[in-house]
Write a protein that binds this ligand. Structure first.
Ligand code: PXP
Length: 241
């Protein structure tokens, strides 16, 4: 199965905001990423708009020609934004307002009815929904009942343990992915994926539909260049064992 690379461009906005002005231009970054091979563009507007701002999201909607994915916590303003912009996909993430970055998936049991109601609003507008999910069999099973189309496996713990024991690090993800597939849920993945750990993840989870990668990819671009780096990540997704 082909796995799409969605490039998270939040870090361009972080850099821009550090100086004011419009350098780097996030819309140009998205268009260039697509020209260099990205098969999707991801943004994660947060309530404090400290990196991607709400006006960026509207501008990007008109510029992105691949797949536009908006991530975030579905609270008032975010829901309104997504329903107005109508991206190809919304990824729901339970991040606390001032969290540095997302660090866990949904408790799909505790938040079952909240997720069900929220997801229904997006589905009504034909927006595909994915929910951020830990690699936990019970939580994946409960995800199915929310009405989501896909889960995005939170790969932070995988990345953290990859260098000590990659087979142990991937174990729960294989189980979770098998359950998701049996339930008819599509599988995305993201967080802390990089040039070291991506290939093994893809090989072990062959029915992976999409990865969204930001931090490491942008860091690598400083050394290798944006175009070259996108191609390097794509090669990691296309090696056949
Ligand atoms: N997926 C989700 C839900 C995220 O919140 C993030 C970070 O914004 C990512 C993927 C990408 O993670 P990273 O920046 O570590 O590649």
């Amino acid at each position: 199965m082909h796995t799409k690379l969605s490039v998270n461009i939040n870090k361009f906005a972080t850099l821009r905001n550090s100086r004011g002005g419009n350098n780097p231009d996030v819309v140009k970054a998205a268009v260039d990423a697509e020209r260099f091979g990205a098969e999707g563009i991801t943004v994660h507007p947060r309530p404090d708009q400290r990196h991607i701002r709400y006006d960026d999201v509207f501008a990007l909607k008109n510029a992105v020609t691949t797949e536009f994915n908006i991530e975030g916590n579905p609270l008032g303003e975010f829901i309104k934004l997504v329903l107005q912009v109508k991206p190809n996909q919304v990824t729901l993430v339970p991040d606390a307002e001032h969290a540095l970055t997302s660090d866990e998936g949904w408790d799909t049991i505790k938040y079952a009815s909240f997720l069900k109601d929220t997801i229904a609003q997006f589905k009504e507008q034909n927006i595909r929904v994915s929910i951020f999910c830990n690699a936990d069999e019970r939580l994946v099973e409960a995800a199915k009942a929310t009405g989501t189309d896909r889960i995005e496996l939170y790969t932070g713990p995988y990345a953290h343990h990859y260098h000590t024991d990659k087979n142990k690090a991937i174990k729960d993800y294989i189980l979770a992915a098998n359950i998701a597939t049996n339930l008819g849920l599509g599988i995305n993945a993201g967080h802390d994926l990089d040039l070291h750990n991506l290939e093994f993840f893809k090989q072990q989870i062959p029915n992976l539909l999409e990865v969204s990668i930001g931090h490491a990819l942008i860091c690598d671009s400083i050394y290798y260049g944006f175009e070259n780096t996108i191609q390097m990540y794509k090669r990691k997704l296309s090696t056949i064992i």
